[in-house]
Design a protein around this ligand. Sequence first.
Ligand code: 9MR
Length: 451
Amino acid sequence: MPSSTSSRARRALVLGLTGLLAAGGLATTSGTAEAAGSTLGAAAAETGRYFGTAVAANHLGEAQYASTLDAEFTSVTPENEMKWDAVEPSRGSFNFSSADQIVSHAQSRGMKVRGHTLVWHSQLPGWVSGLSATDLRTAMNNHINQVMAHYKGKIHSWDVVNEAFQDGSSGARRSSPFQDKLGNGFIEEAFRTARAADPAAKLCYNDYNTDGVNAKSNAVYTMVKDFKARGVPIDCVGFQSHFNSASPVPADYQSNLQRFADLGVDVQITELDIEGSGTSQATSYSNVVKACLAVTRCTGITVWGITDKYSWRSSGTPLLFDSNYNKKPAYTTVLTTLGGSSGGGGTPGGATCTATYSKQEEWSDRFNGKVTITAGSSPITSWSTTVTVTSPQKTIATWNGSPTWDSSGNVMTMRPNGNGSLAAGASTSFGFTVMKNGNSAAPAIGACTAS
Ligand code: 9MR
């Protein structure tokens, strides 16, 4: 880590102890020198981004699938398990079992989860298409409410509406039960419902063939601009980025991402895969990664699967690991483009972590705090940090951690509650409630120590 981070951390600590600290994300580090990230997730984390993959629940039991996932990725997207046909196959009857498997696998390893997807014309059960407009509106909002409530607080970003625009030069909306019966307003309504259902989740519009500047992306751009102007809640735009020789990485990919970011939304690469092999595939992947790194608001990259073996277009071998889980040239190029290195990670320097504070709910007499622990470029097996409150404040409750206190009762040392293992670049968090007793100062968070 650069020394500026450590000095920022020290300053934060001192300010915190004097009770002047404003609430908000403050990072402290252990100060241990870190080698370049040796996995996709760790290397991306060093740029402040996640590196994710689509995951299928039915492969999680395959040892190599799970170990590659756990070693390399810091975010997952259920490939099919959160789609309408999977979670609400008949009206009002919800089945979250497969999606839950993926979410709990991810959560226990500190990975983020992207929710995919709430409102989409495809993988839509027949009963939805048969509804009248009034009923469809009720069913759409109920679907969003129920699914988001089930995963409330667990989803980093939701693809609220997926693929609502037509391909080609028309710039029109795609025909779907939602579009045909509810009109253009269905997208706005879905986003408004979603915001109320889980205010902490980032709400994305996600589409394909919008990766460069073209009629379709222009139409999405116009919609996002209008949403921002009118205060319709939207936080991010997903660019699926399914490429092959007929649909290569566009030359204006980066400038297209940037023009959306300039509207005040994050951009995410959500379903990346590039058919091909060898150096040419590697170069295309590298161009995508470079574009994301060049756009500050490009917050993460998700590839659409781990191994070519299980890709939705397996014969095009579009992913970073071959069918035997060997790293392909594209893997190495992505890793180095992210600033990582396959030889450097892990040792010496060993286990490191950071601890970041953010204030949560606040009441007149108390507030909740959350500390996110993120492993550095090596996996860690345990961690600890301190939370110091200013007397007469009192910490009255904690969750997701195992606390001990010093004799003053002001300094709490937090350690994992159970397994403290985190993959390189992965995160976990703990929370606590502080009684203000007249003082609203944010707590000071000590350095994170990892082993
Ligand atoms: O990868 C998914 C595949 O397993 C499904 O059969 C298919 C069904 O439509 O959906 C695939 O994922 C799609 C994603 O949900 C939305 N964008 C396009 C993806 C590739 O088709």
